[in-house]
Design a protein around this ligand. Structure first.
Ligand SMILES: [Mg+2]
Length: 409
């Protein structure tokens, strides 16, 4: 049978796939320790000629609240996928021009805006149908290698309290020897987990220790998850005392607020730091008003809506808005599993304003090995059509298929 473009989707499936960290992660400034095993809600969509597109529905499944509604349940997800994809043509979702995606077709605009992860599936399916990479669909490759940062330096001093700040430094040294050159450190101990002054001092000790462990050439970022709210005085002390560590960006030091960011920016300038101020992962409907204000008034340097939740289509629209402002794209990617790493890699390969990939460094799970490699702190760009990502069918059958929900004509 000759393959014609615009194949139909004839089958989908939903499967919970466990994904594991390489170590125990501590708490951040707000939450209890991160579970060592999380879930990728894998969605597979197969076409009449046997091609397959992938995404994950983690954002949808996180909406679970109670058994009174189908939000966040497999039955709800199955119904949504059946409506949105089954027996549809793979080329009816995205608007293209010169081989590039320039928007979403009218009927799907609202759907993909709300469920951004669906747009990634549409890119994958269309790319495979046309035999071209999603990197090209996103506008073409702008870098040969995509830098990535280790995002697993949580409050590791609380996982191994006997080692104190040295625990974080030793884990950073290990990540450095694994080939990473960029490291994000959770800070914000003053907010909840420690007495404010002692927490700030521990934050400083951790940052200076990591800098010593990874050497002068690595990038170091810090993320307080708002742990300095109401304590701009302590934040100023933290920023001053970590000047020797040459921090590359300050993430969510306080809750997004025009007044507080104005103060923080003044502190930063007065101290002579050129670190970026970044935030936005908590924006569930980006860009919402406070982030519009922060960008329009040039109070932040990077914006961080989630890569998979916002999806390729919404991120394309966000970048169009950000482009003239000079604010960088730094998609949040935590909690998106191995799929998220691939989706963010593809996005980062095509985005001129992208900075670096948030890497959870999970163990491999359900995806087949391919041509992507990691070395010197960066990933190579996949060459296959779509996301260039395939399921390891043996692993899938033996480990995960028992929990599959199938959607057929
Ligand atoms: Mg963060």
């Amino acid at each position: 049978m000759r393959k014609m473009p615009g194949q139909r989707i004839v089958e989908l499936s939903v499967t919970p796939v466990p994904v594991q960290y390489r170590k125990e992660l501590g708490t951040n400034s707000r939450n209890d320790p991160t579970a060592q095993t999380r879930t990728e809600w894998l969605v597979r969509a197969r076409t009449e000629y046997g091609q397959e597109g992938l995404t994950i529905a983690n954002r949808f499944m996180r909406e679970f609240d109670s058994f009174d509604s189908s939000a966040g349940t497999v039955r709800g997800l199955v119904a949504l996928l059946r409506d949105s994809f089954l027996n549809h043509r793979v080329d009816e979702y995205l608007e293209t021009s010169d081989g590039r995606v320039v928007g979403v077709h009218e009927e799907y605009k609202q759907l993909f805006w709300e469920h951004g992860w669906m747009s990634i599936l549409a890119f994958d399916l269309l790319g495979q149908d046309l035999g071209i990479s999603a990197v090209d669909l996103l506008g073409g490759q702008v870098r040969d290698r995509v830098p990535a940062y280790d995002t697993t330096l949580y409050f590791q001093d609380m996982v191994h309290p006997e080692n104190g700040a040295a625990q974080v430094a030793s884990e950073a040294a290990k990540a450095h020897s694994d080939g990473y050159n960029e490291f994000k450190i959770k800070v914000g101990r003053p907010g909840r987990w420690m007495a404010p002054q002692a927490g700030m001092e521990r934050d400083v000790e951790v940052v200076l220790g990591v800098r010593e462990a990874v050497g002068p050439d690595a990038k170091i970022m810090v993320d307080a998850n708002f742990g300095y709210d109401h304590r701009l005085d302590l934040l100023e002390d933290f920023m001053r005392e970590t000047l020797p560590a040459n921090i590359f960006w300050f993430e969510e030091m306080v809750t997004a607020d025009v007044g507080d960011y104005r103060v923080m920016r003044r502190i930063r300038d007065r101290l002579g730091s050129d670190a970026l101020l970044v935030c936005g992962e908590v924006d569930r409907d980006p860009p919402s008003q406070v982030f519009r204000d922060l960008v329009d008034q040039r109070l932040i340097d990077g914006y961080q809506p989630d890569s998979v939740s916002a999806g390729f289509s919404r991120w394309q629209a966000l970048e169009e808005w950000l482009e003239p402002t000079g604010v960088r794209s730094i998609p949040h990617n935590f909690g998106n599993g191995n799929f998220g790493t691939r989706a963010t890699l593809v996005f980062g390969a095509a985005s001129p304003t992208f900075l670096t990939l948030e890497d959870e460094r999970h163990y491999p799970n359900v995806y087949a090995d391919d041509d992507v490699s990691f070395s010197d702190g960066a990933y190579s760009v996949p060459s296959g059509p779509g996301l260039g990502l395939k399921i390891d069918t043996d692993a899938y059958q033996s480990k995960y298929a028992g929990h599959e929900a199938l959607i057929t004509l």
